[in-house]
Design a protein around this ligand. Structure first.
Ligand SMILES: [Zn+2]
Length: 306
């Protein structure tokens, strides 16, 4: 089974996103009033949690939250149950928690190991969508205010002449496991600026305007590590709404052993054999971020031959 077929953290959510329903505002409003409807409250990119995890509000408490929510967005359907997310960011944290019947606000990334994978995916989805709304309150073209529509999946400029539609934007980034040419097998890991002394991870970067994903892989590896790569192959992708990312994983092969870091984004980069990586794991050092696709890329590579 390849990386793309296995669910990474923040993927595999249990919701039917029910996109066609978004275009019917009366239907969305009716769903919000259903007694079975669930509302997930969020506060400034964080889940509101009690002792059992993220709070799920039923209709009676949800009506209270509605009065204070910046936006309420339709996430989708869980069977017949409509699921919404409500943004309580305008309140102080304590007030938001009290209103939701929660104990505190916690980032989903701090909860991911304890949540069911599908729950983590839905919380991350809610986080990303509500974040986008808070960042798009004004039109970038004419400066007029914008209002939410489409069940919370678009915003419309209120400027009469303009009326531009704004849709949530995803910012793709590539993350790459670069292998050395020849044998024994070695992969390139780097120490990033700001990272601890012995923290090595795979190389990554944002896709620029006018680039394909493969172009971005080749450019980033050359810019950051002075490495020319070929055989760029897709490994899988990961939702990364922190706040708007999509991580796209690749493997690539370097044309030579030579490495020359840029000294800005990367402070050091070097080749590791599988034995060296295994020794790092044995001595308690993690392989990348455990909730992220770089961990998976490294695990897959370690499981490989040679
Ligand atoms: Zn406008």
């Amino acid at each position: 089974m390849d990386t793309a077929e296995r669910v990474l953290a923040y993927g595999g959510g249990w919701l039917d996103r029910a996109g066609p329903l978004r275009t019917d505002p009366a239907r969305v409003e009716a769903l919000l009033a259903e007694p079975t409807t669930v509302v997930l409250p969020m506060w400034r990119d964080r889940c509101l949690v009690d002792g059992d995890g993220p709070v799920r509000l039923s209709a009676d408490r949800a009506s209270l939250v509605r009065s204070a929510a910046g936006e309420i967005v339709f996430l989708g359907l869980d069977g017949d149950v409509a699921v919404f997310a409500a943004d309580l960011s305008a309140l102080p944290e304590r007030s938001a928690a009290e209103m939701a019947g929660a104990a505190r606000a916690v980032d989903v990334r701090a909860l991911v190991g304890r949540l069911e994978p599908g729950d983590a995916a839905v919380q991350a989805y809610a986080r990303g969508l509500l974040h986008w709304h808070r960042q798009q309150r004004f039109c970038g073209t004419c400066g007029a205010s914008t209002v939410a529509g489409g069940g919370g999946h678009l915003r419309t400029c209120t400027g009469g002449e303009c009326g531009r539609l704004l849709f949530p934007r995803i910012e793709p980034a590539i993350i790459v496991l670069v292998e050395a040419p020849g044998s024994p097998g070695r992969c390139l890991l780097a120490r990033h600026a700001g990272a601890p002394e012995d923290a090595f991870s795979t190389l990554a970067g944002f896709v620029e305007v006018g680039e394909s994903l493969e172009d971005a892989v080749r450019r980033e590896m050359a810019e950051e590590a002075g490495v020319t790569v070929t055989d760029v192959t897709y490994q899988g992708s990961q939702a990364w709404p922190f706040p708007a990312g999509l991580m796209v994983g690749f493997r690539a092969t370097a044309t030579s052993d030579e490495v020359r870091v840029d000294g800005e984004e990367l402070l050091e980069a070097r080749w590791f054999t599988r034995a060296e990586l295994r020794e790092r794991v044995t001595s308690g050092r993690s392989l990348g971020r455990v909730d992220a696709i770089d961990h998976r890329l490294l695990e897959d590579w370690l499981a490989g031959m040679s």
